[in-house]
Design a protein around this ligand. Structure first.
Ligand SMILES: [Fe+2]
Length: 264
């Protein structure tokens, strides 16, 4: 099984990125390191993120229609990637405008945070689907350690999810690298994250994730999600987080890894 990883945008899917965006992106990369008089182009605003492909066959999930999964991936996740690219490219342009009021710039900085959160969390969500829902390994050990039993952890995870029913948000089983604890964190939107927490298992509770198949019956969607969790991926994240490394590469310097890939 091909497993999608964490981190931003390292695979090819050019039809979700406009030609205009590509052209502007090329200009940005071409001017990298050069001075333009008013400001130097910055690598952080490259605007070249690419959607990761689904790491499973969307027709094979248990309790989810292929139409729902494809729509979610293409419209919501794909849309977030496109928006993030557009926001970064706009930030790049606005850096040169010394007359721009900070509060106007701040609106776009908020969008940068919203879209980044959406991209990262959606990539985790899709990558932790496509399994048989049977927990095991390091992740099972962690939930037993911090919740007493798998059943008690699952009950708390589902209760947290159902608290978000009918609205929006995420449930994130996370290893908090500051406290060393494992929690099911509640997140009302893409910007809610416990500081220093690394996602192990991510559940999308926005209505777009289930309404097509389940209507307002969010609890049934949460049950279906549990039956499709790819615990192999959750285990990779858990082992990597405990070691302080990136789950796919094994490197212990995530920042350098991502900079190298974006710039490659
Ligand atoms: Fe979503």
């Amino acid at each position: 099984m091909m497993v999608g990883g964490t981190g931003l945008a390292l695979t090819n899917f050019p039809d979700l990125v406009t030609a205009d965006a590509n052209e502007r992106g090329d200009e940005i990369m071409a001017t990298e390191g050069q001075t333009s008089g008013a400001a130097t182009s910055v690598r952080a605003f490259g605007g070249q993120h690419q959607p990761k492909p689904l790491p499973f066959n969307p027709a094979k999930l248990n309790g989810f229609s292929e139409k729902l999964i494809r729509s979610h991936w293409e419209n919501n996740y794909g849309g977030a990637v496109k928006a993030l690219n557009a926001v970064e490219q706009r930030l790049q342009e606005l850096l040169r405008d010394k007359e721009l009021p900070p509060y106007v710039y701040g609106n776009l900085k908020r969008e940068e945070l919203v879209r980044t959160g959406s991209v990262v969390l959606h990539e985790h969500y899709f990558a932790n689907l496509g399994g048989d829902g049977k927990a095991g390994g390091k992740a099972l050990g962690l939930v037993k350690q911090w919740f007493g039993s798998y059943e008690q952890w699952e009950a708390e995870f589902k209760k947290t999810a159902n608290a978000l029913a009918g609205g929006s948000g995420w449930v994130i089983l996370a290893h908090n690298m500051h406290t060393g604890e494992v929690h099911n964190y509640w997140a009302w939107d893409h910007m809610h994250n416990a500081p220093m927490s690394r996602p192990l298992l991510v559940l999308d509770m926005y209505e777009h994730a289930y309404h097509m198949d389940y209507g307002a019956a969010a609890a049934k969607y949460v049950d279906a999600f549990a039956q499709n969790v790819n615990w192999e991926e959750v285990n990779r994240r858990a082992e990597a987080s405990l070691k302080g490394v990136h789950p796919q590469s094994g490197t212990n310097n995530i920042a350098i890894l991502q900079m190298e890939k974006v710039g490659s």
